[in-house]
Design a protein around this ligand. Structure first.
Ligand code: SAM
Ligand code: SF4
Length: 451
């Protein structure tokens, strides 16, 4: 067998795409290897969301060029592929900057990998076609052994692309227009995963709650309706979805958190900023108070829900007063966790051309202050779990011998003493301690009492 090493950067959609590329290449006689050394094919599945992510790719490519040259000098035929959003955005520029790259393939063209790899034997190839309706129809289903090797949790892309055009964001340009997969294709993919042991399914999309796929009844289905159907798939015990936009949180979706036991009490709902002036300049199409009211509705449906968000600090024109509004929102909501980033100007996006860019030192200082408050709330959320009994789905071996690691309904990592053959079990766990990144507990008795 030939060997392929796939390294995915960035978001969960890239993790999913990386697995689909591994499935395609398995049909071409490639098996996956965890390291680039010795691989015949090295594939970087890249992220373009911030400049730093892009620079990482070029640094990595420099190292891979040396590896390729070294291996090929000993008679191997190592080739390098760049896939993902940097491929889409920079195209042939990648091979100009790093001639060791044999093939550049965008996120909507990777179903053509076998033919492109053939063609790349004769010349350098770039394929960044954007229409995406035919990609999913051409992807081979993963083999049951491949599914089992990836564990009991899986991502399933149900929607791609974005029509929102936030002023800072490259996604509408790198992933293209919004597209929803048909319900039947999603359900059969999830059935296949569940038959091979997957229990925990995360439905993913750049704008997942804008989902509007063709249903088997000829109607257009919403995300809420799709989740009701996914909840019927035997073996699926947990359903999550990410990433949502506040504008697309409809009543049915909120109600699904109340009505479907499989839908986990966790919602990642990026707000980006707390100042209405900045939200308008970002083209987010909602105010901070609209976001607060939305969270009230979600909490009314599911009072224990854990909330998470993304924040950008230092968007052009952000004043001290604007930033104070972001801090106020963080205190008002009390997020269980959040991601936060310094604004990174992206070529081709409207915000990159705005004047009044915030000085880098000020951005760093604001990011530091914001992260300190986010961390405070995360720790408070985790410490409040101590003494509670929660369902934990055991997923893999833990950090120390005799430990297994799993997730709480609130997406927290939980470690307990357990036997290796309990992987895949849903157990009741009494939380005894909150560490900085994980909760620690012990298995409870049958009635949820400590054993
Ligand atoms: N669609 C999602 C949304 O609406 O929030 C996520 C898109 S993006 C993959 C993930 C996060 O990256 C965004 O929520 C935003 O906080 C951040 N991001 C996007 N563009 C950025 C930029 N130019 N600079 C800094 N952070 C950025
Ligand atoms: Fe980017 Fe905004 Fe679309 Fe999210 S909603 S992918 S941040 S343009």
């Amino acid at each position: 067998m030939k060997k392929v090493h796939i390294k995915s950067f960035g978001c969960q959609m890239n993790v999913y795409d990386g697995q689909r590329m591994a499935d395609i290449l398995a049909g071409q006689g490639y098996e996956e290897t965890a390291t680039p050394e010795g691989a015949d094919l090295i594939l970087l599945n890249t992220c373009h969301i911030r400049d730093r992510a892009v620079q990482k790719v070029y640094t990595e490519l420099g190292k891979l060029r040396d590896l390729k040259n070294g291996q090929n000098a000993t008679g191997q035929d190592t080739r390098i592929v760049v896939a993902g959003c940097v491929a889409q955005a920079e195209g042939a520029e990648i091979q100009r900057r790093q001639p060791a790259v044999d093939l550049v393939v965008g996120p909507q063209a990777y179903h053509r990998l076998p033919a492109l790899l053939d063609e790349a034997r004769r010349r350098r190839v770039v394929d960044t076609d954007l229409p995406i309706d035919d990609k999913f129809g051409h992807l081979p289903a993963p083999k049951p052994a491949a599914i089992r090797g990836r564990g009991i949790s899986a991502f399933v892309t149900i929607q791609e692309g974005c029509d929102k055009f936030c002023a800072f964001c490259v996604v509408p340009y790198t992933r293209g227009a919004e597209f929803s997969r048909p319900v039947a294709a999603i359900v059969s993919e999830i059935e296949r995963l569940a038959e091979a042991g997957v229990q925990d399914v995360t439905l993913i999309g750049q704008n997942v709650n804008a989902y509007h796929g063709d249903g088997p009844d000829g109607a257009v289905w919403s995300l809420a309706r799709l989740m009701h159907r996914v909840a019927e798939v035997p073996g699926v015990t947990r359903i999550r979805y990410t990433t949502s936009h506040p504008r697309d949180m409809d009543d049915d979706l909120i109600a699904a958190h109340r009505d479907l036991p499989q839908v986990m009490p966790f919602l990642h709902l990026p707000v980006q900023a707390g100042s209405d002036r900045i939200l308008a300049a970002m083209n987010r199409k909602h105010t901070a108070d609209e976001y607060r009211r939305l969270i009230e509705r979600v909490r009314a449906a599911r009072p224990d829900i854990a909330l998470s968000s993304d924040f950008i600090v230092g968007f052009p024109g952000e004043s001290d007063a604007d930033f104070a509004e972001t801090l106020r929102l963080v205190e008002d909501i009390g997020f269980a966790s959040s991601y936060s980033f310094k604004y990174s100007p992206r070529p081709g996006t409207p915000a990159a051309d705005l004047g009044d860019q915030v000085a880098p030192e000020l951005m760093s200082e604001r990011l530091h202050r914001l992260q300190e408050r986010i961390e405070h709330h995360r720790q408070a959320f985790n410490h409040a779990m101590v003494g509670r009994t929660v369902d934990v789905l055991l997923e893999r071996v833990g950090r120390h011998p005799g430990q297994l690691a799993g997730k709480s309904p609130y997406l927290q990592a939980v470690q307990i003493e357990a036997r290796a053959n309990q992987i895949g079990d849903m157990v009741k766990v009494v939380i005894e301690r909150a560490g900085s990144n994980s909760l620690f507990g012990r298995e409870a008795g049958p009635e949820g009492l400590a054993a």
